[in-house]
Design a protein around this ligand. Structure first.
Ligand code: UDP
Length: 389
């Protein structure tokens, strides 16, 4: 099957990593069209997935932009759609992976008479999108031959916003199990990275590492973990893995100010964007997820489970579907730093129970979130689209 995948992002977030995993099975016959050059197209090239950069500049519309910004972007949209429509003649299906890709994909699908598939990686609600953007997503997605929702939470929000249920299927993200198989749960992996910051490494008195893996953004709630640290023993150290995207620098400044005000400089480390996520997660004593708005899926939760590391997540959106509280991890109320600190202390004080919980989660995650099963489901759904179009 020849698929033209479309994704607006130049950076590899959860939606992009999921797309790369799906596109790889179709790599011989398909193409991923991205709107700008960056780390994501580089990542695709590393995996030998054909990629083409389609636009000369970044789209100015953001998820929360209003009508005016949407109208202003029209002068960028027209040449892009023209280019994609030409390209789409060589493909059977147009597969839009993000919101702006949906706009381009829907117009292209109309012009080139190719079926449109939309992979919904978002919670279409006012927490995440402006009213005009919600309206655009729903209207266009309702024209698609197939919508793949990444969780029940994303599905529910889509329907509540006016989406049609008939052609929506829920497919959870899948993961390459082999990437996690050789991870060792040993904080020594962090030694070389952090030795100069934490001198007690050499004495063998390791700190208790709490990892947070996400781009630095207000709704991802890094501030909640920083606030939680003040209620935890001094040897609890927070590691933030991930970069701030364009426009989020003000939040990074706020985080640094908070760290200073709470006198936590010696207990927080920012590692920036990293590619060795399984190794880092396995080396942490606990992985935290602290989104303050409902998370559409939460790849980091499953990744932590596959690494055999205990995980605590903010109990909203897709996270509630992934963790069975008290059995395979913990859920805390979004934004509640004290409750998060309680879980960190429980995990620190009861390492055997935490380990047992992590092992149970690892077994369950390996069964339910295997990439091979996910890719099979997606291939079947796409076959169905082609048959019925
Ligand atoms: N991630 C990464 N390097 C980093 C930080 C995060 O590769 O430095 C990955 C992380 O392992 C996960 C993805 O980015 O696979 C984030 O996905 P998630 O669903 O948690 O959040 P999203 O980006 O979709 O909001």
């Amino acid at each position: 099957m020849k698929i033209l995948f479309l994704d607006q992002s130049s950076e590899p977030g959860g939606a992009e990593l999921c797309l790369a995993d799906i596109a790889q099975q179709f790599a011989k016959t398909s193409l991923v069209g991205v709107f700008t050059e960056g780390l994501f197209p580089d990542y695709l090239r590393q995996w030998n997935i054909p990629v083409k950069v389609l636009a000369d500049q970044t789209f100015q519309v953001q998820k929360t932009s209003g009508l005016l910004a949407a109208l202003k972007s029209l002068n960028q949209l027209v040449p892009l759609v023209t280019r994609v429509a030409q390209l789409s003649k060589h493909y059977d299906v147009i597969y839009a992976n993000t919101q702006k890709a949906l706009v381009v994909g829907a117009l292209t699908s109309f012009l080139s008479n190719r079926p449109l598939v939309y992979h919904l990686h978002d919670i279409v609600s006012r927490d995440h999108f402006s009213a005009i953007n919600r309206r655009i997503i729903i209207t266009l997605a309702n024209q698609a031959a197939l919508v793949i929702a990444n969780s029940q939470a994303s599905f529910d929000a889509f329907i509540q916003s006016g989406g049609r249920a008939e052609n929506v299927h829920i497919v959870y993200n899948g993961f390459r199990l082999e990437s996690y198989e050789n991870c060792v749960n040993d904080p020594k992996y962090l030694h070389s990275l952090l030795a100069s910051d934490f001198t007690n490494f050499d004495s063998g008195d390791f700190p208790f590492f709490v990892g947070h893996f996400s781009r630095l953004s207000p709704w991802k709630g890094q501030h909640v973990l920083i606030e939680a640290l003040q209620y935890c023993p001094d040897n609890v150290i927070a590691l933030f893995v991930g970069d701030a995207l364009f426009g989020e620098q003000a939040y990074v400044k706020q985080l640094r100010e908070k760290i200073q005000v709470l006198n936590l400089e010696h207990r927080v480390k920012f590692l920036g964007f990293r590619s060795d996520i399984p190794q880092l997660m396995a080396a942490c004593n606990l992985v935290t997820h602290t989104s303050t708005a409902p998370e559409p899926f939460g790849r980091v939760i499953i990744e932590a489970m596959l690494c055999g590391t205990p995980v605590v997540a903010a109990g909203a959106g897709g996270a509630v579907e992934l963790i069975n509280h008290g059995q395979t991890g913990w859920l805390t109320p979004p934004g509640d730093a004290k409750k998060l600190a309680d879980i960190i202390k429980t995990c620190q004080n009861q390492p055997n129970q935490a380990k047992a919980m992590a092992q149970k989660a690892q077994t369950q995650a390996s069964k339910l979130f295997n990439l091979e099963t996910t890719n099979l489901k997606i291939a079947q759904l796409l076959d169905e689209v082609l048959k019925t179009f």
